[in-house]
Ligand binder design. Structure first.
Ligand SMILES: Nc1ncnc2c1ncn2[C@@H]1O[C@H](COP(=O)(O)OP(=O)(O)OP(=O)(O)O)[C@@H](O)[C@H]1O
Ligand SMILES: [Mg+2]
Length: 253
């Protein structure tokens, strides 16, 4: 049997500053299989982003063990870890984190500059174009972020997350800055990626957004409070059609 994509055993993260010690994550055990679509909820300060940073190998736990695809991440050297992260994980953030003075396609190409083995220039272009196509923005490749709507910027950021064909996409409040319809579109994209086999873990404050996932984890005070399967995920297509219908009716009324 192949190992789960993610296995956390007793993960702890304590931030130490001069004045205080914050136990942001306090003993999290978690297994996530390939192909899952997980929403992480919980009030502000409950440790969601801290946990995501550990899952994304952006930060190391202060205790416990993390196995990514069977590999003991906690014991890896920094350089090996960044190569692994670059190959396996795509990141999406609430504030898009695109480079402002850089075109959409150049933003999408960025992660490939850190790939091992190196990716040739022509191939970088081609893979970036393919990623832009996946998010429906081939026609905006030359635009700069300021020339794009919030939803379009997030789609560019998703294309960037996809360009190295990751197994795992981590998204921290990906719809936090978007309206309801645009959020549904982004969820549609995530559902399509998930159907294509990509594992997705997404932090959200909104029940309406968590409803698109297949499993909902709630954190409280650095621990997992509940972990439940969502038997009836919401479908983005259905939701978008409903929003459009309501809008038409509102205009007629
Ligand atoms: N770099 C840091 N140094 C010290 N304390 C930190 C650091 N990052 C987070 N914390 C603390 O750890 C706790 C968990 O923070 P975290 O950002 O993980 O919460 P969160 O669940 O993502 O909250 P939100 O919903 O507001 O984004 C908080 O008490 C926070 O103040
Ligand atoms: Mg957070």
């Amino acid at each position: 049997m192949s190992p789960p994509l993610i296995e956390l055993r007793g993960i702890e993260k304590t931030y130490r500053t001069e004045a205080v010690e914050v136990r942001a994550v306090r003993g999290v055990d978690l297994r996530i299989a390939r192909g899952e679509f997980v929403a992480v909820m919980g009030s502000s300060g409950s440790g969601k982003s801290t946990l995501m940073n550990i899952l994304g190998c952006l930060d190391r736990p202060t205790g416990g063990e993390y196995f990514l695809d069977g590999e003991a991440v906690s014991q890896m050297k920094k350089r090996d870890l960044s190569i692994l992260r670059n190959a396996k994980i795509g990141f999406v953030f609430q504030s898009f984190n695109l480079l402002a003075r850089t075109s959409a396609i150049d933003n999408v190409e960025l992660p490939m500059f850190y790939s091992q083995p190196l990716v040739a220039r022509a191939q970088r272009r081609q893979r970036a174009l393919e990623a832009l196509k996946k998010v429906g923005l081939s026609d905006r490749s030359g635009h700069h972020p300021s020339q794009l709507s919030g939803g379009q910027q997030q789609r560019i950021a998703i294309a960037r997350a996809l360009v190295n064909s990751p197994e795992l996409v981590l998204a921290d409040e990906p719809t936090g800055n978007l309206d309801t319809r645009t959020s549904a579109e982004i969820m549609g994209l995530f559902q399509a990626l998930n159907e294509a086999g990509i594992t997705i873990i997404m932090v959200t404050h909104e029940l309406d957004i968590a409803a698109y996932s297949k499993r909902v984890i709630v954190m409280r005070d650095g621990r997992i409070l509940s972990d439940q399967v969502n038997e009836t995920p919401r479908h983005a297509d259905v939701e978008i059609a409903r929003i459009d219908r309501e809008e038409r009716e509102a205009k007629l009324g």
